[in-house]
Design a protein around this ligand. Structure first.
Ligand code: GLU
Length: 497
């Protein structure tokens, strides 16, 4: 048997370090077994999936050197490798399940399901779908279909007993069938859900080992059942531990930059990032800290993965990165890396016109644009002195701006400006008063060119990291204060007008 693994990202946002982590372990496992590693794009959520996000994911994984044998860009024998292009296959298999009696058509309206959910919450009895359409007669179903009633396809699930899941790292896991919902497999618009598409594709792409994050354990019973319904062999499952923030919470962009592009723009070397990801819950047999992907593959043993939540700590990554720069790059290579990073025309041209407007001499350029090449800025409380607002107000304002911008899905200067303007209105501040601390946080001075232009160019993760850093410089926000601010933020704008 040839081992075949895959990483299956959904292109719904910035390329996440968690995706790179899972890709690395899939690749290391496949290659250590002489197998193949695939990349599949899971874009069945058509509202949230974008081609830009897909491109960024491909670029980021390539940048890290996590190359795939088959994928949407390089093709392969099991293509297409983008789920939105494989609909016919899912249609066919969805129908097959209905015909075999393993799935049923459900005509329940969103209103009924909403009502059901509310009732279940109030009585604390039951959860998930109640099987209302499970026993519709064939005639009833046909009549509803003829009348053009919208419907979904749901899978049947045993009502008692337990599902036993074999996991490569965790051994046997048991989940009661009672806890497993009659999952929707095909949505009303005819698109498959993750569960159907994922199982169908893993089968047709010959995947032998599914290595993915532990957040998918609860989906495993549904998948096991689908393999049984189809009469297909089940791949081996392996659920990796989740990456965590230094405070042990799940790695999230609210606490830590999570986008691979942030780490690239911050000037981390790809070999250091991959090396660091390789150390998340895994170690070399000789416990050495520095290793390449090739070395990892050579010594790879999945049983060396430990399940304690690995902590993704930027400070440790920086230490490792420094050691790669100092010990592994010649001066010429270092210069090449700087050019490949942001010291290149295409990046500089993005803000060149702004700098030109303000230049008297060429030598003005470097000092006024240094913040475009920096990581966290060297700031003090003094820098945030405000004509009208005291330090607490400024800190609150920055926290609120950060929350607004964390929710911003389309990162461009108009949307960023819209968010800040909306905030100013809701907080009863003048826009200029709101902008000033944001200028300082992002550019280090209120006298730079338009800060929303800078934020657009710096990108969401870097901009948010600078706001977070500014809040720390101003004393940070304790857990208790955070709760209070959160409450205030939620009610913001509701009382006006
Ligand atoms: N599309 C899923 C994700 O975004 C894939 C999960 C899996 O590997 O099964 O993580």
């Amino acid at each position: 048997m040839t081992v075949r693994t895959r990483v299956a990202p959904s292109p719904t946002g910035d390329p996440h370090v968690g995706t790179a982590y899972i890709a690395l372990f899939n690749m290391a496992f496949a290659k250590s077994q002489g197998g193949q590693f695939l990349l599949r794009i899971e874009d069945t959520d058509q509202v949230r999936s974008t081609r830009e996000s897909e491109q960024q994911i491909l670029d980021s994984l390539r940048w890290l050197g996590l190359d795939w044998d088959e994928g949407p860009d390089n093709g392969g024998p099991c293509g297409p490798y983008r789920q939105s292009e494989r609909r016919e296959l899912y249609d066919k298999h969805g129908q097959e399940l209905v015909e075999k009696g393993h799935a049923f058509r459900c005509f329940c309206t969103p209103e009924r399901l909403d009502e059901l959910r509310k009732q279940q919450e109030a009585t604390k009895e039951g959860s998930g779908y109640d099987g209302h359409c499970l026993h519709l007669s064939e005639e009833d179903v046909q009549a509803k279909l003829d009348a053009g009633e919208p419907h979904v396809i749901r899978m049947k699930v045993p009502s008692e007993g337990t599902c036993k899941i074999q996991d490569m790292l965790r051994g046997e896991i048991e989940i009661d069938w009672k806890q497993v919902d009659m999952q929707v497999l095909v949505k009303a618009d005819g698109m498959p859900t993750y569960h159907l598409a994922n199982v169908v594709d893993d089968h047709h792409m010959g995947i032998t080992h599914v290595i993915r994050g532990e957040e998918w354990i609860n989906s495993a019973p549904k998948h096991i059942l689908l393999y049984q319904y189809f009469g297909w062999d089940m791949p081996t499952l392996c659920h990796m531990p989740l990456l965590r923030n230094p405070d042990k919470s799940k790695l999230s962009k609210r606490k830590n930059p999570t986008s691979i592009t942030y780490y690239r723009d911050m000037g981390y070397l790809p070999e250091a990032v991959v090396n660091y990801l390789g150390r998340m819950g895994w170690s070399m047999p000789d416990e050495r800290e520095k290793f390449t992907v090739a070395e990892m593959i050579e010594s790879f043993d999945i049983n060396r993965v430990s399940l304690g939540g690995p902590i993704f700590d930027q400070e440790k990554l920086s230490w490792l990165n420094g050691s790669w720069i100092r010990e592994n790059l010649t001066d010429d290579e270092f210069a090449d890396r700087l050019h490949g990073w942001l010291l290149q025309e295409s990046f500089i041209k993005k803000f060149l016109p702004f700098a030109k407007e303000r230049s008297e001499k060429l030598s003005d350029f470097m000092p006024m644009s240094a913040f475009m090449f920096s990581g966290m800025l060297d700031l003090t409380e003094e820098d945030f002195k405000h004509k009208k607002l005291d330090q607490d107000d400024v800190r609150k304002l920055l926290q609120f701006a950060l929350w607004k911008l964390e929710a911003q899905r389309v990162w461009n200067k108009d949307n960023i400006f819209g968010d800040i303007k909306g905030l100013a209105k809701d907080m009863g501040y003048k826009i200029g008063d709101c902008m000033q601390p944001i200028f300082v946080a992002v550019a280090g001075t209120p006298n730079s060119w338009s800060v929303v232009d800078s934020m657009e160019i710096l990108g969401p993760d870097m901009s948010r990291a600078r706001l977070r850093h500014a809040i720390e410089v101003l004393g940070g926000v304790s857990k208790k204060q955070m709760k209070k601010l959160d409450k205030e933020f939620r009610t913001l704008g509701q009382t006006s007008e």
